[in-house]
Design a protein around this ligand. Structure first.
Ligand SMILES: *Cc1c(COP(=O)(O)O)cnc(C)c1O
Length: 223
């Protein structure tokens, strides 16, 4: 039980060599275990629920970089806008516009990743390529968001080849946009893909940001 420090230290060293950022996904885990993780060196934490995130943020050290990785509702953006480091799951134009609005109120540029739908499942969120293009066309008008990359989740399956092909598709899209958007500032640079079960496949496919929960904190128990 508790934070798995040995696994973390091994994994973080490997990720540093590969220039991959590791986000420790702490959803449903108590702040005591997160403090253990912090003491071991973790500074990037990922959470899925707005209320849980704001409660934990108030209790934990102020130099933590908070990643919001869940499905964000527009009416909840305002609660995390003042401090969130990176919002991974921006899956609609409407949501990006709301984030920009909240950023403007705070005079703060908010970092975002656009979530792309890559899985063969109806349950996952994300934009398709057409929606992505329309959203990118809005960027010159949105002064309070930094779109700094893409995020995606592969199908929940044992078929490693399917997972690899979904990740490769996202990597190609990321690479093309990276070339197109060279001039944007700050650079379009993050590709967030890979979790405990599929991060080696994601890294092979070109991921530079992984979101690891159960491997670091153990299985989650939902009420
Ligand atoms: C929960 C979650 C993770 C972490 O999942 P693990 O399998 O526990 O590593 C990563 N990304 C997202 C979007 C999640 O919701």
């Amino acid at each position: 039980m508790g934070f798995k420090k040995e696994i973390y230290l091994q994994l973080v060293q490997e990720m540093q060599q590969k220039h991959v950022t590791m986000v420790a996904v702490s959803k449903t885990k108590p702040t005591a275990e997160m403090q253990e993780a912090y003491d071991a060196g973790v500074r990037d934490f990922g959470e899925n629920y707005v209320q849980e995130l704001t409660e934990k943020q108030a209790l934990l050290p102020t130099d933590i970089r908070w990643h919001f990785i869940g499905h964000l509702q527009t009416n909840k953006v305002k609660y995390i806008a003042p401090f969130v480091h990176l919002i991974h799951g921006v899956d609609s134009e409407k949501l990006l516009i709301e984030i920009n609005k909240q950023g403007k109120k705070l005079n703060r540029k908010i970092n975002c990743l656009l979530q792309i739908y890559i899985a063969k499942e109806e349950t996952k969120f994300g934009m398709n390529e057409t929606e992505l293009r329309t959203t990118l066309n809005l960027l010159p008008k949105l002064d309070y968001v930094n779109v700094c990359g893409l995020m995606g989740m592969a199908s929940f399956t044992d078929n490693d080849q399917l997972i690899a092909s979904e990740f490769s598709y996202l990597y190609d899209l990321f690479k093309n946009l990276h070339n197109e958007l060279q001039i944007s500032n700050p650079p379009f640079q993050y590709l967030s893909m890979g979790m405990s079960s599929d991060y080696p496949i994601a890294i092979d496919a070109g991921s530079n940001m992984i979101r690891i929960g159960s491997l670091l904190f153990g299985e989650r128990k939902y009420q």
